[in-house]
Design a protein. Structure first.
Length: 280
């Protein structure tokens, strides 16, 4: 597969702005999806990482590609690699985003780098996101999106489980209804989360894929339940997909103003690492 690097890098600098009235319903639906005992209301601060259920790009059905994503070539460059993963992000919370207070998300393509890895061609896309309301900027996020070729049969090997000591552990059963509800909340029809035949037969996964954003949100929620203070920063890195082949585990340990977080897949391997910071 050939890629025109200079053509694709022409997307660097492109911008997109989405406004949102920040209604209360998505937040209450998110709380229900996470099985929370209570839900935030109008005027409350939006919990960390819940901004992903707002500022949605409403692509027409005719603009949806075979994989369920919007066709590439609009704001997102048309990288011709089949697997796309939200591989990580670094987020700074400047101050709370208030439910019911209109806001806007400004996104910009920061960089696009193509490399040859052991598993084939890779593309690394960096996107900056700033969320503003009438009082100024509330959140800055640097997203890392990775594109890769579908794995060749027999090229993916399982690593041995890495056991870490955790202060907190919570087990999650990734039911299909959970994946469906989160897909609906972020208005994302990516078939790897919903269509088992497509996920396994077309993209080579071992089952349905749990959204990386959902796993990261659950890790942030784990920290919120045990720490409670206002989070100042959050970063995560996806290492391998979490599949619906069994329960996965959310883990965390606090060290001063930092909380180390990670998710272990059904086989006990580290699937995501994260860190929440609380320093002023």
């Amino acid at each position: 597969m050939t890629m025109d690097v200079e053509y694709l890098r022409g997307w660097i600098g492109r911008q997109e702005t989405v406004t949102d009235e920040m209604p209360v319903f998505p937040a209450k639906a998110m709380a229900a999806t996470l099985d929370a005992e209570s839900a935030p209301d109008k005027g409350d601060a939006l919990p960390a990482l819940w901004h992903w259920i707002y500022f949605l790009s409403l692509h027409r059905q005719s603009e949806i590609a075979e994989d369920g994503h919007a066709r590439r070539g609009g704001f997102i460059p048309p990288v011709p690699l089949p697997r796309r993963m939200f591989a990580g992000a670094q987020i700074e919370f400047h101050r709370p985003i208030r439910i019911g207070q209109p806001a806007r998300r400004q996104s910009a393509i920061e960089d696009l780098v193509l490399k040859q890895g052991r598993s084939g061609k890779l593309a690394f896309l960096k996107i900056r996101v700033d969320i503003h309301d009438d009082d100024g900027i509330a959140l800055t996020e640097h997203q890392d999106i990775v594109y890769r070729e579908a794995p060749k049969q027999g090229t993916e090997t399982a690593a041995p489980p890495e056991r870490r000591t955790a202060d907190w552990r919570e087990v999650v059963a990734p039911a299909g209804s959970l994946l469906f509800r989160y897909s609906a909340l972020i208005f994302n029809a990516h078939r790897i989360h919903l269509d088992r035949d497509y996920a396994v037969g077309h993209e080579g996964y071992g089952g349905l894929v749990v959204h990386g954003q959902l796993v990261a949100t659950m890790l942030a929620e784990l920290a919120r339940r045990h720490v409670g203070d206002a989070m100042r920063g959050f970063r995560f890195r996806a290492i391998r997909p979490v599949l619906d082949d069994g329960p996965f585990t959310l883990c965390g340990s606090r060290a001063g103003e930092t909380v180390k977080l990670w998710a272990e897949n059904a086989s006990g391997m580290i699937a995501m690492e994260a860190e929440a910071s609380y320093a002023s």
